[in-house]
Design a protein. Sequence first.
Length: 552
Amino acid sequence: MTDQNAAPTNFIRQLIDRDLAEGRQRKVVTRFPPEPNGYLHIGHAKSICLNFGLAVDYQGECNLRFDDTNPEKESEEYVSAIQRDVSWLGFQWAGEVRYASGYFEQIHDCAVELINKGLAYVDELSAEQMREYRGTLKEPGKPSPFRDRSVAENLAMFAKMRAGDVDEGKAVLRAKIDMASPNINMRDPVLYRVRKVSHHQTGDKWCIYPMYDFTHPISDALEGITHSLCTLEFEAHRPLYDWVIEHCTLPAQPKQTEFARLNLNYTVTSKRKLKQLVDEGHVSGWDDPRMPTIAGLRRRGYTPASLRKFCDMVGVARADSIVDMGMLESAIRDDLNQNAPRAFCVLRPVKVVIENWDADKVEILNGPVHPQNEAMGTRPIPMTREVFIDREDFLEEADKKYKRLVLGDEVRLRYGYVIRANEVIRDASGEISEIRCSYDPDTLGKNPEGRKVRGVIHWVSASRHVACEVRLYDRLFTEANPDKTEEGKTFLDSINPKSLTVFADAVAEESLASAEVAQGFQFEREGYFAVDPDSSADRKVFNLTVGLKESF
Ligand code: ATP
Ligand code: MG
């Protein structure tokens, strides 16, 4: 059934293969059901790749459905950001975007059906009393005094709730299952609560909202979902999922299957914590390039292919584990190493004046766009009398091991000539403001006779370049597990104070003038970078995507 380019097999694919082989299903229909209460993160990417990937591989369908039952925490901003992220990852949902709120009428009908069957009741215990009555893991719960109300009374009370005649917190609708169940989720779970707030999709139409555990199985059944995949924390909710499917009249009988969530070290993957980072200003926004959000990773320079590759590498299992950030970084490094055009960018420019080069002479040199891939062509690199090199590529004195420019010695300007440093000029503060050099005209594409140059360095013309700001990033947290903190501390205490370093006066080669937002480059000897949307016509901003080599 699956083709050889498909992701490696896993227990979910095996389950689907059995369902198809034994005729339980004829077509695979999955869904990705985000709650629009924040931006998607790398963990969601795993769920997206799994659900949409299965639909692609089995020629089935995958729906995008907003699980929007908590109007207070949700917003249209999140709804659009989530759609953008799913599309950007390279997936297309079947038909229109769907909303659980689009099923509020049917979900309400299911509630009424359960009341009529004597399987649901309106409870007027306070939240605190309900907690007490629920019991504990060791002790069974006890029935609410409202548990045995008549069907007629329940219908009337539920209608009052819907009509807005019951205050928030004064009554809820509960399933009548088993107060002594060893599974606390089955001790008469709440199905509906009163919330007198507007909803981003349904406006003021409703003042009662269904709970996730009631909404989800009904939405799945209405959409004909065959395999409802969710993370392990829902395992104990599965009996409730099945109970709802069993007792409500629905067009299909979906099944829930759980898989392990993706955990990544040196970051947090909880929307609540990510929102806190944004709201408290620890980062510049949901798309701050240090964030593990899809929007942040996109801005950082990750490609959709690299994220899909990463999700394949991680695989799908039933056991929880923590994936090393290095794996994510190597997925994008492999992609960019193969595909990113090369360019020069000098982060800490210092001027080099080549005294034997005519003042107005410009020679256009050629550099390969990719040294291992000739098909990508060449790039023009203008050579002029004044060029910039990196301050860190020059020393007045150094031993032979130093492979860069040293006073009185030679180095090659990559794809250009060999230069010799003759003298330094200092500014009033004593800092080197200029290195006076000479060049050897006989060294383009060949080595000087009888002398050995120290090394090769990158450079940029001082008169023909693009001004830029370069933002270097390090991990957002210093702790591998920011959540596991000592008493009295939170994940915020392990934020890395040095996660961002800005080089505001960098210069990049002229060919980058036309680089577009999100385009990725390898800055030779520096790392992989992507154009940030903060760029303007005459000043580019680049984000470090990932270093050239693994740093940990
Ligand atoms: P968070 O804990 O960050 O708030 P969530 O599970 O509440 O995440 P939802 O919007 O409800 O977020 O998630 C949509 C889908 O993505 C769900 O099916 C959920 O199981 C899945 N998902 C969420 N986080 C992860 C993760 N870390 N790894 C894999 N799947 C995830
Ligand atoms: Mg959730």
